[in-house]
Design a binder for this molecule. Structure first.
Ligand SMILES: Nc1ncnc2c1ncn2[C@@H]1O[C@H](COP(=O)(O)OP(=O)(O)OP(=O)(O)O)[C@@H](O)[C@H]1O
Length: 969
C-alpha cells in the first residue's frame, strides 16, 4: 500500500509499505470530478498537480490527518499507479480492506456547503442537511464500501468543516440509503443476508459497468480479480459464483455450530442462572485478564461439577455485550461423550467457523487452502496442520479487533489434546488483541502444560471457594423455589430441601443439579422421606442412585442399558440402542423405551433421540466404582453381546439396494436419507461391530470360539451379507473405517493360527474392500458391479455373490484366477505422481505429484490423511525415523512424523540413503544394486516412481494414481 505524507516544505511524498508493515493512516472518501481535475500518481511523482482542482482535497486530507495526530494518509486519485495494471488490479481487490483498516476516514462532500450552518446558527434541522441528503456521494457505487467498511467515518463540507460522523448522522444516513443503524454502528456485514446487502447498492452508479460488481466484493467478503471488458453481467456472474463458493467454504468449515452447542448445553443443564456466574466478572483474576494487555490467557480450573461450563456460558454472554459488535467472540465446548466435539481439530474448526461467520473477510485465509483441497482438508485425520496454519494467519490479520477465544473443558478433548494445549500455549501470546479463556478440571497433565504458558492468569474455583459457595447457594435457592412452585411444596418441605442441599452441596453445582433432578421425579409426599437418601459427594450420590436402580422392577434391563451405553464408541440413538440390547427388542413402544431411559435418569439424558451421559463423571463412575454391578460378567461379555446382536440384526435387515437407488452409478453425494431410514437402527452396528469383537480378550474369545470358526456367526454373516454390508458402509460414508475393520478382523482370525475356509474368506473380503474402496465409496451399488465383475475368478466373495452380478452384462470381462499383487489404488492426485515414500513402520505412504501437492496416506485403509500444498516440484522425498523429508532445490522441508507440521530447515542433518526402487528398461523393478525383486504385470508399468518397505511396494503413476502392492503375494 502506498501512503502519502506531508513534507516540511508543504509538498506530499509517497511511500510504499508491505502489507505487514502499514502504519496507522487516514483515508479519504470523495466523488471524482473529471479525470483531468484529479491529481494523479504521475502528477505527484513529477511534482505537478498543484493547480488542479483536486489538489484541495489532498491538502484537506493532509491537514485533517495531522490534526488527528497521524502521519500517513491515502487518497485513491494519487496513491495508485493506474498505469501499472497489476497494481491497479491489486488496489481494486484491496480497497475494502484499506478502508476498513484506516484509523480515520474523512468524507469530503464537495456539494455540501456549511455556510448555511453559519447563517442559520443551529436551526433545526440544519440547512445543510438538505444538501447532504442530495449529495452525489450517496449515489456512487464505490462510496458504499467507504461508508460501511471503516470503523469511523467523518463527514466534511466543501469548506472543510466537520458535519458529523456516521454514528451521529445515522438517522439521516438511514433515510438516504436505507442502511440499518446496526451496520453503521459496526455490526458484521455477514449478519445481513445477501439480498439485503444487494439492496443497499440499488440506485448507485459507477463510471465503468463492471465496477458495479467489483465495488461489492468487500461487502460480501469475497475476492474478485477485475477483468474490465467482461461487462456488468459477466462481473456479476463471477461475483455471485464467488459468494456461493464462500458460503460453501464457511459451511464446510463447520462440523458443529458452537452457538447451537451453547444453547443445547444451557438447555440440558436447566438454563443459565445469571446470579450464579456473575461473581466472576468482579473477580480480581478475571479483571486482571480483562484489563491488562499483558494477560492474554485466563485459565479457569476446578473439580467436576463446580460450574466451569456454565461460568463460561455466562462470560461469553457478557463479553458479547461488552464488545458491542466491534470485536469478535468465538467459543467451543468440548464434550468427551460426543465424538463430534471431542477432538482438537473440531475445536479449531468451531472457533474458526465462528470467527469467519462474524468477519467473512477472514475466510480468505481458509480459501487459500480450501480452494485447492476442498472439504477434505477439514476432515483428513491430519486436518490439524492445515487448520493451525490458517488459524495462525487469521490471528495475524491486521484488521482483527478485540478478539476473545474461549474453549471449555480441555479435559474433554479426547483426541489430540497435547496438540491443542501446545497450540493454545503458543498462540495465546501472539497478539495483545487476542485474548483466550480455557477451562479444565484439575488434571496434572493439563496443568503441567498450561503452567509453562506465559501471559496467563489462573483462576482456581477451589481457591475462590467463598464466591463459588455463594454462587452455589444462589443456585440452590433458585432451583428450590422453582421446584416448590411446580410441585406445590409447603413451607416446611421447601425449607427442609433448601437446608439439606445447602448443608451437603460442598460447593458442587452438579451435585445440587443431580439431587434436584431426582426430587423433580419424586412425589411431594415422599420428598422429606427421600431427602436423606442423597449423600453428599458425587460418587456417593451415584452409588445411592445405583442402589435405587437396583430396586426397580426393571433393574436388570436398566443395568444392561447402562452397560451398553458405557461401552459404545459414540452416543447412540434410541433405535440403535434397541438393536444392541436384546431385551429392549421386546419393547416395541417408543414411549416405554423413553421411560426406561428415564429410569436411568440419574446417569442418562435423552436429547432428541440420542442418549448421552448426564455428565462425564457418571460414565466414569459406571466404568469404575459400579463395574461389578453393571458388568457382572465383565466388560467382554457386554462387548460380545453387542457383537452378537449387531450380527443378528444386520443379518436380518441388510439387503441389496437399501435406499432404492437402482442405478449402479448413483453417486453417494446425491443420496438423500429416506424419511423412514432402513439403516436407522443399524448404523452403529454396521460401523462398530468389529471394534467390539476386537475388545474380547483371549479368555472370552476362547469361550466364544465357535464364533470365529467355519460356519460360525461371523463366517455366516460374511458369506450371506458381506456385499450388502459394504453397500451399507458406503451409505453411512464409512468405507475407510470398513477397511480398517476388515484389517482388524483379518489379524484377529489369522492370530488364531489355523488356516480355515473362514480365514480365507476374511482375507478375500479384505482384499476386495481395499481394491474397490474408491468405487464403492463413491457409488454404493458398485459393490455389486465393479466389485463383482472385476474381482478375480477364484475370489470367494465373487463366488458367494454370483447371483448379485448385473444381469444386463452378458459378456463378462476376462479376469485372472486370483488376486494380483496390487492391494489398493489410491486416488486423489490430479496429475502425474513422481515420487513416493513409505514410512519405516509401513503405516504411511507419501506421494508427490505435479499437481504440486504431497499426499500422506494411511497405507492400511487407503485413506488420504493429509494434503500438503508444496507449491513446487520436489527433487525427492523420504521418511526417516524423525519424519518425512521433502527435498526442494532451495533446501529441505521436514515434516515431523508425529505432528506432520511442516517446518522449513536449511539442510537435513544427514543425507538419508536412497532406499527406493528404480525401473529398469525392460519394465521390471530392480533395486539399486541391480537385483531384480519383482516383475510387474504390463498394465502397471507406465510408472514414474516407487518406494518399498518390508513387503510392500508403492508406485506412483502418470494418471495421478498410487498403487500399493503386496510383494509377498
Ligand atoms: N450459572 C449457572 N446457572 C445454571 N446452572 C448452573 C450454573 N452453574 C452451574 N450450574 C449447574 O451445575 C451443573 C454443573 O455445572 P457445569 O457443567 O458448568 O460444571 P463443570 O465444572 O463444567 O463440570 P465438569 O468439569 O464436570 O464438566 C450444571 O449441569 C448446571 O445444572
Amino acid at each position: 500500500m502506498r501512503l502519502l505524507r506531508r513534507c516540511d516544505n508543504g509538498d506530499f511524498s509517497l511511500t510504499q509499505f508491505s502489507d505487514e508493515a502499514i502504519p496507522p493512516y487516514a483515508i479519504l472518501s470523495h466523488t471524482w470530478g473529471e479525470d483531468t481535475e484529479e491529481v494523479t500518481f504521475e502528477d505527484l511523482t513529477n511534482g505537478a498537480g498543484r493547480d488542479k482542482p483536486g489538489y484541495e482535497k489532498i491538502w484537506f486530507c493532509g491537514e485533517q490527518t495531522a490534526q488527528d495526530g497521524l502521519e500517513w494518509f491515502w487518497v485513491d486519485t494519487c496513491c495508485i499507479d493506474k498505469a501499472n495494471k497489476a497494481e491497479f488490479s491489486h488496489a481494486i481487490r484491496s480497497m475494502f480492506r484499506w478502508y476498513r483498516n484506516a484509523a480515520r476516514c474523512y468524507v469530503y462532500l464537495s456539494d455540501v456547503s456549511s455556510s448555511s450552518l453559519e447563517a442559520s446558527g443551529e436551526p433545526s434541522p440544519p440547512l445543510w442537511e438538505s444538501e447532504f441528503r442530495k449529495s452525489r456521494w450517496f449515489t456512487r457505487g464505490w462510496t458504499l464500501q467507504e461508508l460501511v467498511a471503516p470503523r469511523t467515518v467523518e463527514f466534511f463540507s466543501c469548506e472543510q468543516r466537520k458535519l458529523g460522523d456516521k454514528i451521529s448522522l445515522k438517522s439521516q444516513i438511514y433515510k438516504i440509503t436505507s442502511i440499518p443503524h446496526a451496520v453503521l454502528e459496526g455490526a458484521p456485514l455477514s449478519q445481513f443476508n445477501i439480498n439485503e446487502r444487494l439492496r443497499w447498492k440499488e440506485h448507485r452508479e459507477t463510471k465503468r459497468d463492471e465496477d458495479e460488481a467489483y465495488s461489492l466484493q468487500g461487502i460480501f467478503g469475497v475476492d474478485l480479480a477485475p477483468i474490465y471488458g467482461e461487462g456488468a453481467a459477466g462481473a456479476f456472474r463471477r461475483l455471485m459464483d464467488e459468494i456461493s463458493k464462500l458460503e460453501r467454504c464457511v459451511q464446510d468449515i463447520h462440523s458443529t455450530d458452537p452457538r447451537d452447542d451453547k444453547k443445547r448445553i444451557e438447555h440440558t443443564k436447566g438454563g443459565l442462572i445469571k446470579a450464579s456466574y456473575h461473581w466472576v466478572l468482579d473477580n480480581i483474576h478475571f479483571q486482571q485478564w480483562y484489563n491488562d494487555p499483558q494477560s492474554q490467557l485466563l485459565w479457569i480450573k476446578g473439580d467436576p461439577g463446580k460450574g466451569k461450563t456454565m461460568l463460561l456460558c455466562g462470560i461469553i454472554d457478557e463479553l458479547q455485550k461488552s464488545i458491542a459488535k466491534t470485536g469478535l467472540v468465538s467459543y467451543f465446548f468440548c464434550q468427551a461423550t460426543d465424538s463430534r466435539i471431542n477432538t482438537a481439530t473440531a475445536v479449531l474448526r468451531g472457533l474458526l467457523f465462528l470467527l469467519v461467520s462474524q468477519q467473512p473477510s477472514l475466510v480468505l485465509y481458509v480459501r487459500k487452502k480450501y480452494d485447492h483441497a476442498g472439504k477434505t482438508m477439514f476432515e483428513d485425520a491430519n486436518a490439524w496442520v492445515a487448520l493451525t496454519e490458517i488459524f495462525t494467519d487469521v490471528l495475524r490479520d491486521p484488521s482483527l479487533n478485540a478478539t476473545y477465544l474461549i474453549i471449555d473443558a480441555l479435559d474433554e478433548c479426547v483426541t489430540d489434546l497435547p496438540k491443542l494445549l501446545d497450540f493454545v500455549a503458543k498462540h495465546s501470546s501472539v497478539s495483545s488483541r487476542v485474548k483466550w479463556i480455557v477451562s479444565c478440571r484439575n488434571w496434572p497433565d493439563i496443568e503441567e502444560q498450561l503452567e509453562r504458558t506465559g501471559h496467563k492468569v489462573r483462576l482456581s474455583l477451589e481457591l475462590n471457594a467463598e464466591s463459588v459457595s455463594t454462587a452455589v447457594r444462589t443456585f440452590i435457592e433458585q432451583k428450590v423455589s422453582q421446584m416448590a412452585q411446580q410441585k406445590k411444596y409447603d413451607e416446611r418441605t421447601r425449607d427442609s430441601v433448601l437446608e439439606y442441599l445447602a448443608l451437603n452441596a460442598n460447593d458442587t453445582f452438579f451435585w445440587v443439579a443431580l439431587v434436584c433432578r431426582n426430587l423433580e421425579m419424586t412425589a411431594k409426599r415422599n420428598v422429606l422421606k427421600k431427602l436423606n437418601s442423597f449423600p453428599p459427594g458425587l460418587d456417593s450420590l451415584y452409588k445411592r442412585m445405583m442402589q435405587q436402580i437396583g430396586k426397580l422392577d426393571d433393574a436388570e434391563l436398566c443395568k444392561q442399558v447402562l452397560a451398553s451405553i458405557a461401552l459404545v464408541y459414540r452416543p447412540i440413538t434410541l433405535k440403535e440402542l434397541v438393536a444392541l440390547v436384546e431385551q429392549l427388542g421386546e419393547i416395541a413402544n417408543d414411549q416405554e423405551l423413553r421411560e426406561i431411559i428415564g429410569l436411568c435418569g440419574s446417569f442418562l439424558i435423552l436429547r432428541e433421540d440420542t442418549i448421552y451421559f448426564v455428565h462425564q463423571s457418571a460414565k466414569d463412575f459406571l466404568l469404575a466404582q459400579a463395574a461389578e454391578e453393571v458388568f457382572p460378567s465383565g466388560r467382554e461379555d457386554v462387548h460380545h453381546a453387542i457383537v452378537a446382536r449387531s450380527l443378528e440384526i444386520m443379518s436380518r435387515t441388510l439387503q441389496r439396494d437399501m435406499y432404492g437407488l437402482k442405478a449402479p452409478g448413483y453417486p453417494v453425494n446425491d443420496i438423500k436419507q429416506p424419511d423412514s431410514d432402513p439403516l436407522a437402527t443399524l448404523r452403529y452396528s454396521c460401523i462398530y461391530w468389529v471394534d467390539h469383537l476386537c475388545e474380547l480378550n483371549a479368555v472370552s474369545l476362547a469361550s466364544h470360539a465357535g464364533d470365529l470358526q467355519d460356519g460360525g456367526v461371523v463366517d455366516m454373516f460374511m458369506r450371506e451379507k458381506y456385499l450388502y454390508w459394504l453397500e451399507a458402509l458406503s451409505l453411512c460414508k464409512s468405507v475407510p473405517k470398513g477397511i480398517v475393520s476388515m484389517a482388524k478382523l483379518r489379524s484377529l482370525v489369522q492370530g488364531r493360527g489355523n488356516t480355515t475356509l473362514f480365514t480365507k474368506l476374511v482375507y478375500d473380503a479384505h482384499r476386495l474392500i481395499m481394491y474397490y474402496k474408491g468405487a464403492i465409496e463413491s457409488c454404493p451399488l458398485q459393490a455389486y458391479a465393479s466389485a463383482l465383475l472385476f474381482s478375480p475368478i477364484r475370489s470367494l466373495v465373487r463366488g458367494l455373490f454370483q447371483h448379485e452380478k448385473p444381469k444386463w452384462i452378458t459378456i463378462m470381462p476376462a479376469m485372472g484366477e486370483g488376486w494380483n499383487t496390487c492391494l489398493q489404488t489410491l486416488e486423489g492426485h490430479s496429475s502425474l505422481v513422481y515420487s513416493v515414500a513409505f514410512s519405516h513402520d509401513s503405516t504411511r505412504l507419501a506421494s508427490a505429484s505435479y499437481d504440486r501437492t504431497v499426499k500422506i496416506w494411511d497405507a492400511n485403509s487407503g485413506e488420504c490423511l493429509q494434503t500438503l500444498y508444496v507449491g513446487r516440484v520436489l527433487m525427492h522425498m523420504s521418511f526417516d525415523t524423525t519424519g518425512l523429508y521433502l527435498y526442494t532445490s532451495c533446501g529441505t522441508i521436514s515434516i515431523s512424523a508425529t505432528q506432520l507440521v511442516p517446518t522449513t530447515i536449511a539442510t537435513h542433518p544427514q543425507t538419508p540413503e536412497y532406499k527406493g526402487l528404480a525401473l529398469s528398461s525392460d519394465g521390471a523393478w530392480i533395486t539399486r544394486d541391480s537385483k531384480k525383486v519383482l516383475w510387474l504385470p504390463l498394465e502397471y508399468r507406465p510408472s514414474c516412481s516407487a518406494a518399498v518397505v518390508g513387503k510392500m511396494l508403492g508406485i506412483g503413476v502418470r494418471t495421478g494414481r498410487v498403487w500399493i502392492f503386496d510383494m509377498s503375494a
